[in-house]
Design a protein around this ligand. Structure first.
Ligand code: FE2
Ligand code: FE2
Length: 276
């Protein structure tokens, strides 16, 4: 099995020809079959794909990790300009999602268009909420059980439930899991379920303990000292070769992880490709 993961959208890039954009998107090629994972927060996906020689019309399947704008905003243009895609995602992504700021303001952070607009652009939805295999050896986590009390969604996320604004537990947060002969490869958008919960669940459902790589966002940007130290202890107990973090990991959490894990930790920037 040959797996390439190219980061098309991440907050930053050291490459002048590319654009950094708040959000995440990665092209995952598995034995030549191309799956797009998330779509960023605006249009960097399209510019960066052109610059990196990636043909988005060759992508047949899209996985959306959860219903926040910084992972979903390229969906409509992707479907209308590059052919309708089959979109694997959780049924909750179209819920009315928001975030409560420290000043008490509510800001909408959900998908910036309707399901109908996407259907009209040629999208075909496959809604999943349970662990499932989408290609031989390639799985979507489904909803990830929240087992570790030191992990939470990472922010004051809210969701509209009838007339009430309630806490959004981000049950729609899902990861892609590739059962590579050398170990699991886990790709995450924001890991609102918690990075350790996500890795633990991937291992449990595949009955594997060797992890080749975790790639993506971790939402440790606001993590407490206790959460950071318990996360690092848990990672140190795992058999994991590479952790490529970006997006909502934040500079200080990434630096802390690097100090503790050394060369196993990589900051995933726009334009990087990982080969397994
Ligand atoms: Fe995010
Ligand atoms: Fe998010």
């Amino acid at each position: 099995m040959q797996v390439n993961i190219s980061i098309l959208v991440e907050n930053t890039t050291p490459i002048p020809a590319l654009t950094g954009e708040y959000g995440f998107s990665a092209l995952i090629s598995i034995d030549g079959r191309k799956i797009l994972f998330d779509t960023g927060s605006a249009d960097a996906l399209f510019h960066n794909a052109r610059q990196m020689g990636i043909k988005l019309e060759e992508v047949s399947d899209l996985l959306i990790s959860h219903g926040h704008f910084d992972h979903t905003s390229g969906m409509l243009a992707l479907c209308s300009d590059f052919g309708g895609k089959r979109i694997f995602t959780h049924p909750n992504i179209f819920a009315d999602k928001s975030i409560l700021s420290s000043r008490g303001d509510i800001r909408k952070i959900g998908v910036p268009f309707s399901k109908q607009e996407l259907l009209d652009a040629g999208a075909e939805f496959v809604f999943v909420d349970k662990f499932c295999e989408i290609l031989p050896g390639v799985f979507i986590s489904g909803e990830i059980p929240r087992k570790n009390e030191f992990e939470d969604t990472g922010g004051n996320f809210r969701i509209q439930a009838g007339n009430e604004l309630v806490v959004d537990e981000l049950l729609d947060d899902m990861a892609l899991i590739i059962d590579h002969p050398d170990g699991l490869i886990i790709v995450s958008g924001c890991a609102h379920a918690g990075i350790i919960n996500t890795i633990d669940y991937a291992c449990k459902m595949t009955s594997r303990s060797k992890i080749l790589a975790f790639v993506g966002g971790t939402h440790l940007i606001n993590a407490s000292e206790e959460r950071m130290s318990r996360t690092i202890s848990a990672i140190k107990e795992m058999d994991i070769e590479k952790i490529a973090v970006g997006h909502c990991t934040g500079f200080y959490a990434a630096a802390r992880l690097y100090n503790e894990l050394g060369s196993r930790l990589v900051k995933a920037d726009t334009g990087m490709t990982f080969r397994f």
